[in-house]
Design a protein around this ligand. Structure first.
Ligand code: SF4
Ligand code: ZN
Length: 310
């Protein structure tokens, strides 16, 4: 098979045809930069914090955002959260450190153990012993989002760049429809959040229109040293279940994921205006913005007996 643009050997097959390595690289980078421009994800005056798991998506986002930031002489740094998943996150953090060193990018790591006194395995054990109805990924997600926002803010960031791709977003749309509640979709889109508060660092997603297979192909093409394995706990999650079903549908009906996202984008302005909250107060325990008197993180930690919250 040959590239539909230049006739060289194809390296990836997309819905619209096959592309060779240099045409694909150009196509991918243009798509990311046009997402940043079209949705105004950040300006040259922002101090950018790239939230990095160390996987292919976050490293691709960091590479492209850093390239743009260098041209504009803009501040960018990477931040990882170490949940304490041995043999997985520690390896990704090593890769991240090498990548940031090689590219002169500032890098900070904050761990669950430093923040909460325990790693995710111990926290899950405590939650189970307390009879809490939570899954490992739900607990991990709440605690990680809280660390990211607080530490991005502490380090002076005005935007958090997330490496979420189109597959992640399409899965989240379905998960919200099936379980979470449609109002949660109001927080979605390339620029997240249904609430503005000076305590929230806005999170933006430059890979919003990139399929996972595209970011994987890009990371391989660029030779990024990243772990392509998944977190060992992901397989048992509801997200993995939905992702598997969605992949099956995409295999039979190419373009399904893109169609979910394009339909979401059509109704997103309505969802945002319907469900957005003008202003919200601060959590009485930690001072972070929260719709409830005590934020979800503090309530979770209180239920586990790790933090008092009044
Ligand atoms: Fe945490 Fe689940 Fe993600 Fe693993 S898959 S890092 S446990 S949220
Ligand atoms: Zn709180």
């Amino acid at each position: 098979m040959v590239c539909e643009r230049c006739g060289k050997t194809e390296v990836i097959r997309l819905q619209q045809g096959g592309l060779c390595s240099s045409c694909f690289q150009r196509y991918f980078e243009r798509k990311v930069y046009s997402t940043i421009r079209k949705h105004g994800l950040f300006t040259k005056h922002d101090r950018l914090c790239v939230a990095c798991s160390g996987g292919k998506d976050s490293v691709a986002a960091l590479h492209l955002v850093n390239k743009l930031a260098k041209k504009r002489r803009q501040d960018v740094f990477a931040l990882s959260v170490d949940e304490g998943i041995d043999g997985y996150r520690d390896r990704q953090i090593d890769d991240m450190r090498s990548f940031c060193d090689a590219n002169g990018i500032g890098y900070a790591v904050v761990s669950f153990r430093e923040e909460y006194g325990h790693d995710i395995g111990e926290l899950m054990e405590i939650a189970r012993n307390k009879g809490m109805q939570t899954s490992r990924c739900a607990l991990c997600g709440v605690l990680r989002r809280s660390i990211l926002n607080r530490h991005a803010k502490r380090l002076g960031a005005t935007r958090i760049i997330a490496g979420h791709n189109m597959d992640d977003e399409a899965q989240t749309v379905l998960m919200n429809l099936f379980k979470g509640g449609i109002e949660l979709a109001a927080r979605m889109g390339p620029s997240t959040g249904a609430v503005r508060h000076s305590g929230f660092v806005p999170r933006v997603k430059p890979l919003y229109y990139c399929l996972e297979k595209e970011t994987e192909a890009y990371a391989k093409l660029m030779g990024f040293r990243v772990l392509y394995d998944r977190c060992p706990y992901r397989e048992s999650s509801y997200r993995a279940y939905v992702a598997g079903k969605l992949d099956e549908i995409e295999d039979e009906h190419a373009g399904t994921k893109a169609s979910i996202i394009s339909n979401l984008m059509k109704i997103l302005p309505l969802l945002k205006s319907h469900y957005s909250v003008g202003s919200i107060p601060e959590c009485s325990s930690c001072g972070e913005p929260s719709k409830n008197p005590v934020c979800l993180t503090c309530r979770t930690l209180r239920d586990m007996g790790i933090r008092n919250a009044d």
